[in-house]
Structure formats: structure tokens, C-alpha cells
Design a protein around this ligand. Structure first.
Ligand code: ADP
Ligand code: ADP
Length: 227
């Protein structure tokens, strides 16, 4: 798979009469990582929902490789873009079952995804590899481990654009760095909604939102200088 290029162009959105995004424009070049940063209520979650078409913009466009996502069939969109939400959901199933979720993937692919998500080590440590029952191990899986399983679930689909909505908050910063670099090798463009400086520092570009507007953009060093 080849990483996708994302362009968000002049996007506005309102909940009823409450306008929450105003003419938002930014892009993610193929294979790059862009961090969305901003205070609570600045519109990050709404923007993420627009990228996966949980909602559509009132005006403006979301373009994937130059094509308006509204022109893509849902299946095609779901095949290209994966969202890892803030909240991790694990089923009462094996690690493998939680990652494959009914996909017809072989163990090799599941392991490859676990490796990119830096999750193979803890799966191995639990003793029974891919057959470890997550339901039985719920208490022994840490928040960070659960997040890494959720990441592997997205990665195994080989998304061309991966959206992480604060999905690595419980992972050690060092491990998080490995994950984000690994995603580049796995041919994904990445949008990461980020709160920790360590996460933000891993992005190629930062898009800073405030009250629904892009108020700043740049590398993290440039932004720090301007603070
Ligand atoms: P962030 O993710 O940066 O915290 P959100 O996108 O969640 O920002 O919220 C942006 C604004 O939209 C906030 O003012 C929030 O109250 C409002 N909002 C979010 N979701 C809804 C909703 N489902 N209905 C109405 N208003 C909402
Ligand atoms: P390809 O060019 O076919 O994608 P790579 O050489 O990039 O293969 O990948 C090497 C290994 O990593 C393969 O076993 C492949 O299954 C795995 N892999 C590559 N990309 C991903 C991905 N996004 N998610 C999970 N596994 C991946």
C-alpha cells in the first residue's frame, strides 16, 4: 500500500446553529505525520469525525489523494482510512480475535501489525502468544497495552491514512516514538490528536486549533519559539 495524501480545504461545520469549525485548511503529505493540537473544545474531535465521514462538512472539502471523500464509497473509504479512538474497546476474545475482528488475515499479518504497534513483547510475555484470551487477561493488560492492541487492530487493515485520536496517551513516550516511526515504514500517513509534548514533538508538522480555527502551523521548534 502507498500512503495517502490528505487535504482539508476550507472546512466549516456547525452543530445546529453552533458553528464549531471555521474555514479549516491543512494538509498531510503522503507518508507524513501531522499533529492536531488545541485546547478542549477547539474542534479536534469534530475534525477527526469529518475525516472518516462520521459527519460531513457544511462547506469545504476533505480530499484523499485529490478525491472528495464524499465521492468515495464507504467501503473504499474504510479500506483507506482507519481511526483509533480515544477509548479502547476490547472484546471478550483472544488477542488475535480482537485484532482481526473477522478479517481473513494470517498470523504473519497479525504479528506484523503487533510489531508495528510495539505490542508483540507483551503478548509474548503473557505466555500463549496469539491465543492469549484478552477476556481472561483483562486485569493484567495495562492501559498502554490495551491501546497498543487497538492500534494493531487498525494497522492490520493497512490503512493509507491512520488517525490516532489521543490513542497513545498511556504508552511510554519512548515506545510511542517507535510506534510513530514504525507507521512511516508501514506506509501510512498519520494524523495524531496530541496532548503530550513528547507526542507533538514526533510530528512533522503541528496544526494548532483554537475555537474552530487554525491559528498556527509549523514544526514544533518554530511553534515553541513563537510561544
Ligand atoms: P475538542 O475535540 O478539541 O475538545 P470538539 O470537536 O469536541 O473539540 O468540540 C468543539 C465544539 O463543538 C465544542 O464547543 C463542543 O462543545 C461542541 N460539540 C462537540 N460535539 C458536539 C455535539 N455532538 N453537539 C453539539 N455540540 C458539540
Ligand atoms: P509490502 O510492500 O507488501 O507492504 P513490506 O515489505 O512493506 O511489504 O512489509 C514487510 C512486512 O510488514 C510484511 O510481512 C507485511 O505484511 C508487513 N506490513 C507492511 N505494512 C504493514 C502494515 N501497514 N500493517 C501491518 N503489517 C504490515
Amino acid at each position: 500500500a502507498r500512503p495517502a495524501e490528505l487535504e482539508v480545504s476550507g472546512v466549516s461545520y456547525a452543530y445546529g446553529t453552533d458553528a464549531v469549525l471555521h474555514d479549516v485548511t491543512f494538509g498531510v503529505p503522503a507518508g507524513r505525520t501531522v499533529a492536531l493540537v488545541g485546547p478542549t473544545g477547539s474542534g479536534k474531535s469534530t475534525l477527526v469525525q469529518l475525516l472518516v465521514r462520521l459527519v460531513d462538512p457544511a462547506s469545504g472539502q476533505v480530499l484523499l489523494d485529490g478525491v472528495d471523500v464524499r465521492r468515495l464509497a464507504y467501503g473504499a473509504l474504510a479500506g483507506s482510512v482507519a481511526l483509533v479512538p480515544q477509548q479502547t474497546f476490547l472484546f471478550d476474545d483472544t488477542v488475535r480475535g480482537n485484532i482481526a475482528l473477522g478479517l481473513d488475515v494470517d498470523d504473519e499479518e497479525v504479528w506484523a501489525a503487533l510489531r508495528v504497534a510495539q505490542a508483540d513483547a507483551f503478548v509474548g510475555r503473557l505466555g500463549s502468544g496469539l491465543d492469549t484470551r484478552v477476556g481472561e487477561r483483562g486485569t493484567s493488560l495495562s492501559g498502554g497495552q490495551r491501546q497498543r492492541l487497538a492500534l494493531a487492530r487498525a494497522i492490520v487493515r493497512r490503512p493509507r491514512l491512520l488517525i490516532l485520536d489521543d490513542a497513545t496517551s498511556s504508552v511510554d513516550p519512548q515506545v510511542e516514538a517507535k510506534i510513530l516511526y514504525g507507521l512511516r515504514d508501514a506506509a501510512s500517513s498519520v494524523v495524531v490528536v496530541a496532548y503530550r509534548m513528547a507526542t507533538i514533538a514526533l510530528a512533522d508538522e503541528i496544526v494548532y486549533l483554537d475555537r474552530g480555527r487554525v491559528v498556527d502551523r509549523g514544526g514544533h521548534e518554530e511553534l515553541l519559539e513563537r510561544c
